[in-house]
Design a binder for this molecule. Structure first.
Ligand code: SF4
Ligand code: ZN
Length: 401
């Protein structure tokens, strides 16, 4: 039988007549990190592949190690029909309809637990073309919310062109409103250039640009709230990274719902109770065409290393990720709340909130474009504020030396 593997795309020939978990074991792939697809169908670990089959093994997370399990042919926990997906941390498998219901219930539960959204809210969904953000937009529309999409063009070659196409066709099919902003047109740089010229890593400046544009657009267009597709894996990996460095101010702000503040829109993460495997399966089962390719600049993304570490723990102890993040929310988050005491004021260049004179985005943009920020000679306060940002001296003139 033929097996299509992704990232990079390739095809291998393997012996058929075996169960999915045996095939994944031979390939050294953790079943919790992939969707196994035959035609338009999902297969569970206990499904058998025939010699003539063509299957696709589509990663939902980067990394992961081998693992194999045996159990009886899986049945849906709710209705006992043949299962299409196993959710090991719930020790449950679901058929298509019951799985979609499970996902909607988890999202409704998340929204209620943190009072994230109200019926009349105008919601701006940050969409990238990936499975999580499109699944989120689909879920919110399906639940009857007034949700528009915002796509930020990062200028990452074919990857960005393909993502944009998928987002546009998703919006067109549902007659949903999509706002598009291109970083190059609006701000004069793209992400590959920012990675080469700036002092931050590519992913750091990409993340900063996204947060900046989402907030600015929400406020300028009168949206009540920005919704992002962060899932349980994202949140657990971020929490692990923040904890390893004890970044208590970041830990304090890592919450599924952040209220609006002076200059900052309300932000919510309605998928925080769902794993990456669940959002990928949801997108697939709903027929959502999302970008499967990885961003070509992902190599330097530190969050991926934390995801891989969490996946290794999860493979031997299912439920670790959920316990780590959800228990943080219940038990530890209140202990960090006082760490979040930033005093915000408007950036002197763009009016967006910041703790210094110029916001981090304006500083990064100036550095990338080789511009000067404001009137600087002899401005000691500014130089002091910027020193932790590793800004090159030429931006500030001789006075900063
Ligand atoms: Fe941006 Fe890095 Fe994600 Fe690519 S991998 S989209 S550069 S954050
Ligand atoms: Zn600014």
């Amino acid at each position: 039988m033929k097996v299509k593997l992704r990232n990079p795309d390739r095809e291998v020939e393997l012996a058929g007549g075996r169960k999915v978990h045996v095939i994944l074991g031979e390939l050294g792939i953790d079943p919790d990190t992939v969707l196994v697809i035959r035609e338009r169908e999902l297969l569970t670990r206990e499904d058998r592949c025939a010699e003539a089959d063509r299957i696709e093994i589509r990663p939902v997370i980067s990394g992961g190690s081998g693992s194999s399990h045996t159990s009886n042919r899986m049945k849906c926990r709710r209705c006992k029909a043949p299962a299409v997906l196993e959710v090991r941390r719930h020790n449950a498998a679901f058929c298509r309809d019951c799985f979609l219901r499970h996902v909607r219930e988890q999202v409704k539960r998340a929204i209620e637990a943190y009072d994230m959204l109200h019926a009349q809210d105008r919601i701006l969904v940050a969409v990238s073309g990936g499975k999580d953000s499109l699944a989120l937009w689909d879920l919110l529309l399906d639940l009857g919310y007034r949700a528009d999409g915002l796509y930020l063009g990062l200028g990452i070659g074919d990857y960005s062109s393909r993502s944009a196409e998928l987002v546009r066709s998703f919006a067109a099919e549902r007659n949903a409103r999509l706002i598009e902003i291109a970083l190059t047109e609006e701000y004069g740089f793209d992400i590959p250039t920012a990675g080469r010229k700036g002092s931050r890593s590519t992913c750091a400046v990409c993340g900063l640009s996204k947060r900046y544009v989402f907030n600015k657009t929400a406020r300028e267009h009168g949206y009540d709230v920005v919704a992002t597709g962060h899932n349980l894996d994202d949140e657990a990996a971020t929490l692990l990274g923040n904890t390893l460095r004890w970044q208590t101010d970041y830990i304090a702000r890592q919450f599924p719902a952040l209220p609006a503040e002076e200059g900052l829109a309300r932000k919510v993460k309605p998928l925080y109770r769902l794993s990456e495997l669940e959002t990928a399966a949801y997108a697939f089962l709903r027929g959502i065409d999302y970008v499967v390719e990885e961003c070509p600049l992902v190599a330097g993304n530190t969050q991926l290393r934390y995801k891989e570490a969490m996946n290794r723990l999860e493979a031997t102890s299912p439920g670790t990720k959920a316990q780590f993040f959800l228990s943080y929310l219940d038990r530890a988050a209140p202990l960090f709340a006082t760490q979040d005491d930033a005093d915000l004021r408007p950036c002197e260049r763009c009016d967006q909130p910041t703790t210094g004179r110029f916001c981090a985005f304006c500083r990064a943009q100036a550095q990338i474009l080789g511009e000067r920020l404001g009137e600087l000679p002899g401005d000691r306060e500014l130089v002091g504020q910027l020193s932790d940002e590793v800004m090159p001296a030429e931006l500030y003139g001789a006075a900063s030396q």
